[in-house]
Write a protein that binds this ligand. Structure first.
Ligand SMILES: Cc1cc2nc3c(=O)[nH]c(=O)nc-3n(C[C@H](O)[C@H](O)[C@H](O)COP(=O)(O)O)c2cc1C
Length: 188
């Protein structure tokens, strides 16, 4: 299977999670883990499975203003935050709106967010999943969140959980024509 994992990340947490999801695939799988800016239409077309994730900002996907807010937070005196090399953009919101038809391509969505009930935090993965479906993708897994603390550090065990989530995705039967094999699409 050829799996493409696309991430947006301001402080590096979603980048780490994307890498761990990729590490969950089998050695015989071909895996590309790329930042949004490197996720070309050719790569999307190459993939049998498209996995997309980003940070939750203002309850949903980032916007230009929230990405600026993220940058500003790193510049505050005493801030321990630093920007991921990929953070300059573009964001997932624009990338997803420019996606052509995905023709039933198997896909899955994830996010990072604060460790609190989703009703308070929102979940970018929900919006990512909806946008993937609107482009014609078939979601093969429930949207998944990986949690950070108030200091924007991944909570212990989340990277390992991402690896296990990747392993689960890798085991989901997907045929090379880009359609789900032997599994029903998720009811949403
Ligand atoms: C401007 C801004 C807005 C945020 N809004 C939310 C939010 O509404 N809900 C939430 O759970 N986390 C929120 N967060 C925390 C982010 O989810 C967290 O920084 C992100 O998951 C870290 O991922 P990254 O290191 O890949 O950027 C916000 C962070 C920033 C910078």
């Amino acid at each position: 299977m050829r799996a493409l994992i696309v991430y947006e990340s301001m402080y590096g947490n979603t980048h780490v999670i994307a890498d761990r999801i990729g590490a969950g695939f089998q050695t015989e799988d071909q895996i590309r883990v790329v930042a949004v800016r490197d996720a070309t239409a050719d790569l999307v077309a190459w993939s049998d499975l498209l996995v997309v994730g980003g940070p939750t900002h203002a309850h949903s996907l980032s916007r230009k203003a929230t990405r600026k807010g993220a940058l500003d937070a790193t510049l505050k005196p005493g801030s321990l935050l630093s920007m991921d090399p990929s953070a300059a953009g573009p964001g997932l919101r624009d990338w997803l709106s420019d996606l052509g038809s995905l023709h039933h391509k198997p896909a899955a969505a994830f996010d990072t967010r604060l460790d609190a009930p989703p009703i308070f935090t929102g979940r970018a993965s929900k919006g990512i999943g909806h946008r993937l479906e609107r482009s014609g993708a078939t979601l093969i897994a429930e949207d998944e969140s990986f949690l950070v603390n108030r200091e924007n550090q991944l909570i212990a065990g989340e990277a390992e959980r991402a690896l296990r989530w990747g392993q689960t995705l890798a085991k989901t039967p997907v045929d090379v024509a880009g359609h789900l094999a032997e599994t029903a699409p998720l009811a949403r």
